[in-house]
Design a protein around this ligand. Structure first.
Ligand SMILES: Nc1ncnc2c1ncn2[C@@H]1O[C@H](COP(=O)(O)OP(=O)(O)O)[C@@H](O)[C@H]1O
Ligand SMILES: [Mg+2]
Length: 335
């Protein structure tokens, strides 16, 4: 079997909430699947099922060829998990955390020490190895957590939102670490709310919303499916959003999406690119709407998400708004 992970029609409800509403997926050995979705989409529920921490209501799932329900023990021997809540013991040093983990895998004391050191080196934590983990920065804690999940040398690794809450520099550090892992042949399923993260790391992406897969493919395929260029208009005043959206829809003969957080209206303009841009400028000028920014660009994954769901991936979910902010910056750079 060439697939490290296979899932068929996974369903799981919590009361009235359908956390997973029929998920099918497969991940080839050595590949990275990005599971992209906003808060509450069902990402953690999916990871919990695949890592045997909870049972699906129905559906079937094989990890490393073993059934996650009836062969949970065998599955656990093959996998590593870094979840949204950390497994690190704050009072212990980085080295101690990893040694204890290694002892849990029945390694003799000396081997455990060696394993810990190897991982500390790999994750750039050697200088901090004798400090209590509670003194670590957010990025260091994530790296230690990831190191801990690798102690058992898993062939399949699950990372649930590995960079949520990290600052941009720490995020990029984490990406490098993750890229190296997969270079070593590990299969990875990674969940994220960040489009740029899925774009950067994943071989294949599934986009989920409300427990359902709403799109899948490579990042390029997802972007191509939108087709053509996207016109972005950022208004100076929130009150103008609706009027701008109507004007752009007329001009583009397509449905516009509004991001209230960013004060941006986006619309696909197909191959009409610069002509549409010029027309939009004239029309907005005629309507006397003051704009903060206007740009034309290739669709980003943000646009993919908006066009699929009608809402921004992190609307109301991400207090730092980092990916939304990044998306916007990118658009003005690319003008
Ligand atoms: N233990 C639980 N009890 C009740 N509802 C839950 C539980 N776990 C998740 N949910 C609900 O299921 C949905 C999916 O949650 P989750 O899988 O955590 O999404 P994500 O990780 O994408 O943010 C949400 O509506 C959430 O509130
Ligand atoms: Mg989650």
């Amino acid at each position: 079997m060439n697939n490290a992970i296979e899932a068929y029609d996974l369903r799981k409800s919590y009361g009235q909430v359908k956390a997973l509403d029929g998920i099918d997926l497969s991940v080839e050995k050595g590949k990275i699947l990005g599971v992209l979705g906003p808060n509450g989409a069902g990402k953690t529920t999916l990871v919990k099922i695949l890592t045997t921490l909870t049972h699906p209501d129905s559906g079937r799932c094989l990890v490393a060829g073993f059934d996650v329900v009836s062969q949970a023990r065998q599955v656990r021997e093959k996998i590593g998990l870094t979840g949204q809540t950390t497994a690190i013991q704050e009072e212990l040093t980085g080295a101690e955390n990893l040694e204890i983990m290694a002892r849990l895998y029945h390694m003799p004391k000396k081997a455990a020490k060696l394993k810990a050191l190897e991982l500390l080196e790999r994750f750039d934590l050697v200088d901090a190895k004798d400090r209590a983990a509670k003194t670590y920065s957010g990025g260091m804690k994530r790296r230690l957590d990831l190191a801990a999940s690798l102690v058992g040398s898993p062939s399949i690794l699950f990372l649930d939102e590995p960079t949520t809450g990290l600052d941009p520099r720490a995020r990029i550090g984490m990406w490098k670490v993750i890229e190296n892992l997969v270079g070593g042949g590990t299969t990875l399923l990674l969940t994220t709310q960040y489009l740029d993260e899925a774009d950067e790391l994943a071989d294949e992406i599934i986009v989920i919303d409300k427990g359902k897969i709403i799109a899948k493919g490579t990042s390029d395929e997802l972007k191509r499916n939108i087709g053509g260029d996207v016109l972005n208009v950022q208004v100076a005043h929130e009150n103008d959003l609706t009027e701008v959206s109507l004007a752009l829809e007329k001009l583009a003969a397509a449905t516009a999406t509004i991001s209230r957080e960013e004060l941006i209206v986006r619309v696909g303009v197909g191959s009409r690119g610069s002509a549409a841009l010029a027309e939009a400028l004239r029309e907005l000028d005629r309507l006397q709407i003051s704009i903060a920014d206007i740009s034309l660009r290739r669709p980003s994954l943000d646009d993919v998400f908006l066009s699929l769901t009608g809402h921004a991936p992190t609307e109301g979910a991400n207090p730092q708004g980092s990916n939304v902010g990044r998306g916007r910056k990118k658009s003005s750079d690319e003008r």
